[in-house]
Design a protein around this ligand. Structure first.
Ligand SMILES: *[C@@H]1O[C@H](CO)[C@@H](O)[C@H](O)[C@H]1NC(C)=O
Length: 273
């Protein structure tokens, strides 16, 4: 079976920030981002997309990563933007990373869910995926769904449906909030901090060709695997999601009644997940 895209950073991505701190390595198979006390770094996809499935493998900063945030996300340009975020909040040595997720639609976010992981994300590479189709957004870790955000547009809940998004990765300092609520600061003597990315895969509809219905991988290669376009959770997926939510979820905006005294957001009432 031919892979729709080969995870090649040279072909699909470019370093967009960090003055040499971001590097494409191993003939495009890998990419490293680094952060020191003067700057972080980042990359972006060369194209933007209207719906797709985006996979990346990540090995996070080892040892003391407190204060740092490593990201993998989609975002549109301009105001009232859409965004789908994976953010990995670092921690002191031996303390667990937090996986922070959020969805912005038409400029409005405030939809955070946070998780711990069931493995050590600094020891080896793991796969983090965003599926974005017209019906739902699915966040996956090693192909296990951790979050589903359904399109409840019919009930007045904004959902990203018409602004093309680009794929981004970045590593930056956020020690004013990221770790233990901002109490633990970045220890610059431990730097530079390095996050490793590899195997970047795009199965998506390029925004320029979506109008004639042609979906392509990031470089314009034709591809056959379009199952992401209708991807949803089957019974097994729903079981895995329940398992993650019961054992590993540490924050859910849908149950934050203090934060939403007027009532929790509409989408929380509509879907079980
Ligand atoms: C860091 O570790 C502490 C203590 O185990 C934990 O409460 C916290 O959620 C972890 N993550 C972050 C980002 O602070």
């Amino acid at each position: 079976m031919i892979e729709p895209s080969f995870g090649n950073f040279t072909k699909y991505a470019e370093i967009n920030w960090g003055d040499g701190r971001g590097k494409i390595i191993e003939a495009g198979r890998g990419l490293t981002l680094s952060l020191d006390n003067s700057s972080g770094s980042g990359f972006q996809s060369k194209n933007d997309f209207l719906f797709g499935r985006f996979d990346i493998q990540l090995k996070l900063i080892p040892n003391n990563s407190a204060g740092t945030v490593t990201t993998f996300f989609l975002a549109s340009q301009g105001s009232a933007h859409d965004e789908i975020d994976f953010e990995f909040l670092g921690n002191s040595s031996g303390e667990p990373y937090t996986v922070h997720t959020n969805v912005y639609a038409q400029g409005k976010g405030d939809r955070e869910q946070q998780f711990k992981l069931w493995f050590d994300p600094v020891a080896t590479f793991h796969t983090y995926s965003i599926v974005w189709n017209s019906q739902r957004i699915i966040f996956l870790v090693d192909n296990i769904p951790i979050r589903v955000f359904n399109n409840n547009g019919a009930f007045g809940v904004p959902f990203p449906t018409n602004q093309p998004m680009r794929v981004y990765g970045s590593l930056w300092n956020a020690d004013d909030w990221a770790t233990q609520g901002g109490q633990v600061k970045t220890n610059w003597t431990q730097g530079p901090f390095v996050a490793n990315y590899r195997n970047f895969k795009i199965n998506a509809c390029a925004s320029s060709s979506s109008s004639n219905g042609t979906c392509v991988s990031g470089s314009g290669d034709p591809f056959s695997n379009q199952s992401w376009q209708t991807q949803e959770l089957d019974a097994n997926g729903r079981n895995r999601l329940r398992w993650v939510h019961q054992k590993y979820m540490i924050y859910n905006y849908c149950t934050d009644f203090v934060r939403f005294p007027q009532g929790i957001p509409a989408e929380c009432k509509r879907s079980r997940f």
